[in-house]
Design a protein around this ligand. Structure first.
Ligand code: PMP
Length: 400
């Protein structure tokens, strides 16, 4: 076989995807599997969004789109940032890509030189370090502790920043912990970032509509205007509008950075699907009533799951204030043997044995940079969530 690139020697698909493939295989073999491994809304894409895509396709919007996004979608993105985030951007300061994931890739590829460091608060979305490493950068982690409800502390951020830091990535509401960042905390982090004028800041706000507290989501670029020109704010329609498969994400930031990201994008993909972009216009400009409905549903499910997990001896669970995940600690469940005879020493052991023996797919904290924890998605129906929690409780009770 001809060789693969050396930079791929450490790279792999995210554990979230690996777990859901394993769950699918068990299901295909006839088992009743509950998968809480993927971060994917279980709602259907709203009908008016699908109608807009259909109309666009019939209308001939089936050609190569502009690399940076259609004018209609870029205008909708500019209007969205003004309306919801109190942020003013011009058309050349926004761009559209194939999901938020490609925004991340473009931004890092356009800026990282070999050995450049990217500060990533842990626990983190696994794609951050995997992408940084793939592009020759070095991830540096700032720990967010369960005792602090996984909030990023300014001191932890300060400790992680060094002379080679090119980016700091902030993600609120957070995947996998659900931590949010109120304006006062943002300003405290902002003070640290203002002391380091040579780094970019990526604010990943893809879960911005899923905040369960009374205080609304605030963007860092709004809370700390002095940082505005160094911030790339990322969002998208995947989570907010149940549109993961349409692959539309977008970002706003300094024109020079956006321009560099577009050089990457023009070579990699020529832009995002024109039909999906028409759908995203309908999502952003159309009725927004579904958003609080989905948020309240996730909040109810979060309450159900957190309460059930907290009642399992040995398990702890911080209350997630946003997104659609729970991140329970399982330190008190380790050091025993599962009913199926597997030693449960780590969260990886726990997640694998739980899937094999109780047919519940979750992802171990090791995939998110903090062990021993599990990440459960609460984007599933109530009955599946309740049954999954019963099976997890049984799995723990049956350990010897
Ligand atoms: N950021 C975070 C924190 C995410 O969890 C995800 C999806 N898992 C994304 C970005 C990207 O989503 P998409 O590519 O579907 O826009």
């Amino acid at each position: 076989m001809p060789a693969l690139a050396t930079k791929l020697s450490n790279a792999s698909a995210p554990a979230t995807i690996a777990m859901s493939i394993r769950a699918r295989a068990l299901r295909a073999a006839g088992h009743d599997v509950i998968s809480l491994a993927l971060g994917e809304p279980d709602f259907a894409t709203p009908t008016h969004v699908i109608d807009a895509a259909h109309a666009a396709a019939l209308d001939g919007q089936t050609k190569y789109p502009p690399v940076d996004g259609t004018l209609a979608l870029k205008q909708a993105v500019v209007a969205k940032f003004a309306r919801e985030n109190d942020l003013d951007y011009a058309l050349n300061e926004v761009m559209v890509a194939n999901g938020g994931k490609q925004i991340l890739f473009n931004a890092l590829m356009a800026t990282l030189d070999p050995g450049d460091e990217v500060v990533i608060p842990a626990p983190y979305w696994a794609s951050y370090p995997l992408t940084v490493e793939l592009l020759g950068g070095v991830p540096v982690f700032a720990e967010c502790l369960e005792a602090d409800c996984f909030r990023l502390k300014p001191e932890a951020l300060e400790r992680a920043i060094g002379p080679r830091t090119k980016w700091v990535i902030l993600n609120f509401p957070n995947n996998p912990t659900g931590a949010v960042c109120p304006a006062d905390d943002l300003r405290a982090l902002g003070k640290v970032l203002l002391r380091h004028p040579d780094l970019w800041i990526l604010c990943d706000e893809i879960y911005e509509h899923l905040v369960f507290r009374d205080v609304p989501h605030v963007s860092l670029a709004c809370a700390v205007p002095a940082l505005h020109d160094r911030i790339l704010t990322l969002s998208g329609v995947s989570k907010s509008y149940a549109m993961t498969g349409w692959r539309i994400g977008y970002a706003a930031g300094p024109a020079s950075l956006i321009k560099a990201m577009l050089v990457i994008q023009s070579n990699a993909t020529s832009g995002a699907s024109s039909v999906s972009q028409a759908a995203a216009v309908a999502a952003l400009n159309g009725p927004q009533e579904l958003l609080p409905v989905m948020r309240d549903t996730y909040r109810r499910r979060r309450d159900l799951v957190v309460e059930a997990l907290r009642s399992i001896p040995g398990m702890t669970c911080a209350m997630p204030d946003g997104a659609f995940y729970a991140y329970p600690g399982i330190a008190g469940c380790l050091g025993r043997t599962s009913a199926g005879g597997k030693p449960i020493r780590t969260d990886d052991d726990f997640a694998l044995a739980l899937l094999d023996e109780q047919h519940v797919a979750v992802v171990s904290g090791s995939a998110f940079g903090m062990s021993p924890y599990l990440r459960l998605s609460v984007a599933a129906d109530d009955e599946s969530l309740a049954e999954a929690c019963r099976r997890i409780a049984r799995f723990c009770a049956d350990m010897r």
